[in-house]
Ligand binder design. Structure first.
Ligand SMILES: [Zn+2]
Length: 240
């Protein structure tokens, strides 16, 4: 229990992750822990996201730490366990689809979940979470029906058909589209996946903060795609 007698997510996620009992509110009676940082590695953090998504899509959300009195212990510091780089799309809210609470994940949202070429604001945010908050896991999350990827497909051969900065944003996704052309299957699905894979690869090689930690196995970068129809996040196997 925390100082206010409320059950924090960190008090029940351990048995959920260990015994696979996702979705059971009886986990709230698990042994209390000190609020603040837990020592979780990337695999544990990923397991908790996977379990949270399972609760979300089955309609058994725990909606942890969602009220002010429940996250008072975080007022002096944050201890997120994962960075989620997701599309800005209104249908892809990471905290909800992973069933996590305030303070659990460090979310960077940008249309098309672009990383390469996205500039200092995106990369700097990710690096801050890794360097200053010691977050062990980075998840790059694309999604089905992504409008930014659709635009890149539609305007793959155009240079100035989109207004404002939209054109520059879409340009960042065109390499994923170009690499997906000619592949078997649906072009949009393939491009969404390729766009995620490119983001993962860029982060794994991002010097000077992320790449050394990946090499030392202190940080893991993974990719996933969220399906708007089923609510399921499918992790991308980097070996494929
Ligand atoms: Zn999108």
């Amino acid at each position: 229990m925390n100082d206010h007698g409320k059950t924090s997510r960190r008090e029940f996620v351990i048995p959920v992750a260990t015994f696979g009992l996702a979705g059971s509110r009886t986990m709230a009676t698990a042994a209390p822990q000190e609020p603040g940082r837990r020592s979780v590695n990337a695999d544990q953090a990923l397991r908790e996201l996977v379990d949270g998504n399972r609760r979300f899509r089955s309609g058994n959300r725990l909606t942890p730490r969602g009220r002010p009195e429940e996250f008072l212990t975080l007022t002096h510091g944050q201890f997120p366990e994962a960075v989620v780089v997701s599309c800005a799309d209104s249908r892809v809210p990471p905290e909800i689809l992973f069933d996590v609470g305030v303070g659990d994940i460090f979310v960077v949202r940008v249309a098309g979940n672009v990383i390469d070429g996205a500039g200092v604001s995106v990369k700097g945010s990710i690096e801050y979470a890794v360097a200053e908050l010691n977050v062990p896991l980075i998840l790059v999350l694309g999604h089905s029906g992504c409008g930014a990827v659709k635009s890149a497909i539609k305007h793959i051969d155009d240079r100035d058909s989109l207004p404002g900065a939209i054109s520059g944003l879409v340009e960042l996704i065109k390499p994923a589209v170009a690499m997906s052309k000619g592949m078997p299957g649906d072009l949009l699905e393939n491009a969404v996946r390729k766009n995620v894979e490119i983001g993962v690869e860029k982060l794994q090689c991002l010097e000077p903060i992320v790449a050394p930690r990946v090499k030392d196995r202190k940080v893991k970068v993974v990719g996933g795609v969220y399906d708007l129809f089923s609510g399921t996040v499918t992790l991308i196997d980097a070996q494929k």
